[in-house]
Design a protein around this ligand. Structure first.
Ligand code: IFM
Length: 683
């Protein structure tokens, strides 16, 4: 976790390179170990190679030639430095712990004419050309000679870093050329992951679930929280920074273990809110500046859902941590005035209330959770039924939080608004067998059995249950239709049938190939919503089936179909209507990670935080007879032993806490840094 190791073996030379970023410095270490496995002496040449980015990602794309005339890369005292001629942003540097016998700073010299990285001239030549780059394409390549006796090993450290001051680089490099220091940094990195993961330990009859919950799912949650949808293999870091809705959701999965980071993130997000309650869609982590994507509608620069996620994330944070003081924090609006976080949340409600459309549902703006459901039109009147469901949940959650924050009148008002919206949805968004998804600008329903395509959407069925809108019979009926129409062997599709032509009144969704992304793929982010909905309905076998379908260890069994890394979740898996049905795309940075952790921990295994403590309410496959969970909650450790002698899916009939029988299924908030034993029996 947190490092990459690549091993190879060639002509009796074994090499192993470990790459990692230490906790304390702005650099990446490459630890290269070379082993002479032969019975003869060896004289080897070791070449390194990196290509520097050109400091300005946008410049690279827009005006490459300019950057190629200001780049400066030179060797000074065994360190290669890269900066631009005006030296504005500081330096990148590269060093080797071996004596450097030759080097290159210019890509053209190192690689040579009519060649590529597959056959660089310098390597064939046996030495570099000692080129410097004044302009051009800056690289760092070092060449060193090493002599190895039979079975001898040599370790070389390479350091790639950034710094403001050359002197600082020299100090840092000295440390990282030292084996003991590097080993110690590596240990610290490993320990930090171990201590993060040590907050949760489960043992269930499913090895797949154990592997995911004990290691990979929380790991992906943290990586996703850190990077949001900023720079990655899939994103350039230019157009997307910290996504407002994305980070709000990512926060929900890690506040039990990293409350301070989540607290800060929520306040940073709130700083991106306007006085009228609307929010920027993204902000950039270095400058903290907010913005809207270039596809946002200039006449309506808002998304119908973004601001409401802040309410859901804050309520979740307070339940996880007990820290209601976050609501007192004074936070600036984009305009510069200040108000406490509680008022920010109220403003979020206000924004939706002020932006309801002709049918009484939230106006879509640019989009809702589904970035591609744009609903454009001359009236600016497309409406989202799904956002209405999210709004209902936000109202209910904020009402409960307001009571705890001693804002009882407000709590009542919000409760009434929620009730009104719930009735409204049930009256005007029920299609007969399931819930509608939206209304176009001219008021035509989207996600209706009467539609030519896109007849049923997953999200409006799952959220009707999640946000407690659907009465029981409708909940069962719509989720049964999900099973019937949207379930596949690779997971639940987002909608069916996908759009096979462009629909101007829908927008982006109908520009995607059928079966990909938001146009009917298995959009993994939304599958755990179905798990939560099924758990709320008590259908543990179905919930677990949905869990397993997209779980990485299941995908690992069909890795050649799945194609993406089979230990973390991907954003999507191609749907039934795509020829590559089952192929995953966009791994790592996806809300799938957070929601799967939540769905598994809080709904399948059923340990859910509330303002007062934990509740225990599992919804498991009926074949399970026993499982255990050890987890941190606020300042104590809770050690659960859950027995299921009658093989039910849901229902807790007795609980013992530290040897004493208690009524109901609530576990108090001990906050005493101690471990507490809870034995629960289902039946
Ligand atoms: O909800 C969005 C998310 O913000 C970014 N990725 C795609 C999702 C669905 O459109």
């Amino acid at each position: 976790l947190g490092y990459t190791r690549i091993k190879s073996s060639y002509q009796e030379v074994e090499t192993e390179v470990t790459y990692f970023v230490p906790m304390e410095d702005d650099l990446e270490i490459w630890r290269l170990e070379i082993h002479n496995k032969s019975s003869a002496k060896m004289n080897l040449k070791v070449f390194s190679y990196i290509e520097f980015c050109l400091w300005q990602a946008l410049g690279d794309q827009n005006d490459l030639q300019y950057i190629q005339n200001i780049a400066v890369t030179k060797m000074q005292n065994n360190i290669i430095y890269y900066s631009t001629f005006d030296r504005k942003p500081g330096f990148a540097y590269f060093s080797s712990s071996q004596n450097i016998t030759s080097f290159d700073c210019d890509r053209e010299d190192f690689i040579g004419s009519y060649r590529s990285e597959a056959n660089p001239l310098a390597v064939e030549n046996g030495k570099c050309f000692n080129s410097i780059a004044l302009g051009g394409n800056p690289i760092a390549s070092t060449c060193s000679s090493i002599n190895l006796e039979p079975d001898e090993k040599e370790i070389i450290f390479f350091v790639l870093g950034v710094t403001d001051k050359i002197e600082r680089a020299k100090e840092v490099i000295k440390n990282y050329h030292n084996k003991a220091y590097v080993d110690n940094q590596f240990e610290k990195l490993k320990q930090s992951w171990e201590s993060y993961l040590g907050n949760l330990l489960v043992d269930t009859p499913s090895d797949k679930m154990n592997l995911m919950l004990n290691v990979w799912n929380p790991y992906q949650c943290k990586v996703t929280f850190d990077w949001s949808r900023y720079v990655s293999f899939y994103e350039t870091g230019i157009g997307r920074g910290i996504g407002f809705r994305d980070s709000s959701q990512d926060s929900m999965a890690i506040s039990y273990v990293l409350p301070l980071q989540v607290r800060q993130r929520l306040l940073d997000l709130a700083r991106n809110q306007f006085e009228n309650g609307n929010v920027y869609h993204v902000y950039f982590p270095i400058t903290k500046e907010g913005g809207f994507p270039d596809y946002s509608k200039p006449e309506m620069p808002f998304f119908s859902d973004d601001h409401l996620w802040l309410i859901l994330a804050t309520c979740d944070y307070v339940k996880q941590t007990g820290d209601i003081t976050i609501l007192d924090e004074e936070v600036e609006y984009v305009e510069g005035s200040k108000s406490n976080l509680y008022n920010h949340l109220e403003q979020a409600i206000y924004f939706t209330r002020e932006n309801l459309g002709p049918n009484g549902f939230p106006i879509q703006g640019t989009a809702d959770w589904n970035d591609t459901l744009n609903l454009p039109g001359p009236n600016n009147a497309g409406e989202s039924v799904w956002t209405a469901m999210q709004y209902h949940l936000a109202l209910k959650e904020l009402s409960e939080l307001s009571d705890r924050y001693k804002q009882h009148q407000n709590a009542q008002k919000l409760f009434q608004l929620a009730k009104r919206m719930k009735d409204h949805i049930n009256k005007f968004a029920w299609d007969g067998n399931w819930y509608l998804r939206a209304f176009t600008d001219s008021g035509v329903p989207v996600g209706s059995s009467k539609c030519e395509e896109g007849q049923i959407f997953l999200n409006s069925q799952t959220w009707a249950v999640i946000s407690d809108i659907a009465p029981f019979d409708r909940a069962i009926e719509s989720m049964e239709n999900v099973r019937l129409h949207l379930d596949t062997k690779h997971g639940l599709m987002l909608l069916t049938p996908p759009y096979t032509r462009f629909y101007p009144e829908l927008g982006g969704i109908s520009t995607l190939h059928p079966g990909l992304k938001e146009n009917g793929s298995i959009f993994c982010h939304t599958n755990p919503w179905a798990i939560i909905a099924e758990c709320k309905l008590g259908r543990g076998n179905l919930a677990f089936k949905y869990y397993l379908q997209i779980a990485p260890p299941t995908r690992n069994e069909i890795a050649d179909v799945h194609r993406a890394e089979p230990y973390i979740y991907s954003q999507m898996i191609a749907g039934r209507d795509h020829p590559k049905f089952g192929m995953a795309k966009n791994s790592w940075l996806t809300g799938t990670a957070a929601w799967n952790l939540k769905a598994t921990m809080e709904y399948i295994l059923g340990v859910r935080p509330t303002y007062e403590g934990l509740v225990i309410d599992p919804c498991i496959p009926s074949s399970w007879s026993h499982f255990t969970i050890i987890r941190r909650f606020r300042n104590a450790i809770y050690d659960f032993d859950i027995k299921n002698p009658d093989n039910v899916s849901k229902g807790v009939i007795s609980i013992m806490i530290d040897g004493e029988k208690v009524e109901g299924n609530k576990i108090p908030d001990f906050r005493d840094e101690k471990k507490h034993k809870i034995i629960a029996t289902m039946g």
